[in-house]
Design a protein. Sequence first.
Length: 144
Amino acid sequence: GGYQERTFACRIRKTGEQWTAEKVWETNDVTLYMSTPVAAGQRLYGMSQKRAGQMFSLDAATGKVDWKGEGKFGKNAAVFDAGPVVLALATDSRLHVFQKDAATLSEAACYQVADTPTWASPAFAGRRILVKDAAALTLWELSE
């Protein structure tokens, strides 16, 4: 994907010494800019630039978009697969927790984790999350 460019998947093959790339699917329903989606099983979760930032879920094998959020999520987000949930840290410093429910996501929680914009991806260390914003590095710990 890219700024206002179609999102697509390729199949990479090696025959002998020759590598080839074959386009498997493409979609204009979600476009990616400054936000990398994550693969979880047969699903791809991410944030499209459409509608001022729109979370989405699509079938990684077919490219069929099965779910799109309301929009106005932000300019970009760092998106992570965390087992039963998807975490998305938006540039407005809110960490969103989305519950996976088949092909859809539903927001289970949202936490303000910094006072200034968060452009860097957070770092995960077990039950700890390091968040770097424009002014500080903060350690958050998940409770049981």
